[in-house]
Design a protein around this ligand. Structure first.
Ligand code: CUA
Length: 361
């Protein structure tokens, strides 16, 4: 234990090790810097205590060793020593508790936010709803595994990419409301000093006010099943004007997608859209060729009972299958995407080739 503690202390003190990310990051929010300095203060207090305690112990072991004829002293009670070793730790604990309590108070105060974002964990992706803005999307819906590892802006390896980051304005207080559709996940971004569990049936609160524009990366920090290691978080912090532009674009795109559900779609365009959606969403479990991974993920190819009943097929996609691994895609996919993917599956593997399902249905 002593050697381990010594080794860790030396490693932590080495400036190279600090620069190489052995320490926690200072982060890019006032709160993350508070937490960082708290961590450093407590770290140095512990180093000083460790040096004094271990120093006294090794000195005594050496100086009063048996071979030098030292004999153990026998005495009982020493009031002033006992008062000193009670009072000093008490003072140290109070000195650590005061700034720690102040930081904790700030951390738990998510009130008066400028923006509310609902974060929903799903096996194995994150959905973001900008509450009151009618903007919502799933961040890492179908990023192929091969494409998600790479090198970050800071030169770190093995980070995971998403197809759409969570975009947030700098300088504004953003309240994060975290929940889950299935199992417990944890939304973790070290640079923002946020690691918050997303628990089904509960809504947890956290908040962030980012100081510097940039891309901040994290990942799910709660073991949540097969693809836990492929559930990245990417936050892109932008200037408020840029954020407003982005928000306007998102709203426009959402409106167009909603309007396009009302028109008649041709078979070819549904097939193209369906193939894309199937590859991005369904293929992860049901395989690109529809062969599935039974028993958890049934084959779609050859499943005529499903493919020949459009109503059942559509409701399976929209509502999911209770008690199985099939989630509800009601909020994840648009009506056009649902119609397209059902059309695609029917035509790719069913007997009714040439049939299409319209978004308006
Ligand atoms: Cu989600 Cu681990």
């Amino acid at each position: 234990l002593v050697w381990m503690a010594g080794g860790l202390t030396l490693a932590a003190l080495n400036p190279m090790a600090l620069a190489n990310g052995w320490n926690m990051p200072e982060g890019v929010t006032a709160l993350s810097r508070d937490i960082y300095s708290l961590h450093m203060i407590i770290f140095w207090i512990c180093v000083v205590i460790g040096v004094i305690v271990f120093g006294a112990m090794f000195y005594s072991l050496f100086r009063y060793r048996h071979s030098r004829g030292a004999k153990a002293a026998t005495f009982h009670e020493h009031t002033s020593v006992e008062v000193i070793w009670t009072a000093i730790p008490l003072l140290i604990l109070v000195a650590m508790a005061v700034p720690a309590t102040a930081t904790l108070k700030t951390m738990y105060d998510a009130s008066e936010a400028d923006l509310d974002v609902m974060v929903t964990g799903q096996q194995w992706r994150w959905r973001y709803d900008y509450l009151g803005e009618d903007v919502a999307f799933t961040s890492n819906l179908g990023t192929p595994r091969e494409q998600i590892s790479g090198t970050s802006e800071k030169g770190e390896n093995y980070l995971l990419e998403v197809d759409e980051p969570l975009v947030l304005p700098v300088g504004q207080k953003v309240r994060l409301l975290l929940t889950s559709d299935d199992v417990i996940h944890s939304w973790w971004v070290p640079d923002l000093a946020v690691k918050q569990d997303a628990v089904p049936g509960f809504v947890n609160e956290n908040w962030v006010r980012i100081d510097e524009p940039g891309i901040y990366r994290g990942q799910c920090a709660e073991l949540c099943g097969r693809d836990h290691g492929f559930m990245p978080v990417v936050v892109e912090a932008v200037e408020p004007e840029r954020f407003e532009e982005w928000m306007a674009q998102r709203k426009e795109a959402a409106q167009q997608e909603a309007m396009s559900a009302d028109r008649e779609w041709g078979l070819d365009e549904l097939m193209a859209r369906g193939e894309q959606t199937y590859g991005a969403v369904c293929a992860a479990c049901h395989q690109p060729d529809g062969s599935g991974s039974p028993p958890a993920f049934p084959a779609l190819a050859g499943n005529q009972a499903l493919l020949e009943e459009p109503d059942r097929h559509i409701s399976t996609v929209i509502d999911g299958v209770a008690g199985s691994a099939m989630p509800a895609f009601r909020n994840t996919l648009s009506p056009v995407e649902i119609a397209a993917v059902v059309t695609y599956e029917r035509n790719a593997w069913g007997n009714d080739a040439g049939d299409s399902v319209q978004p308006s249905e």
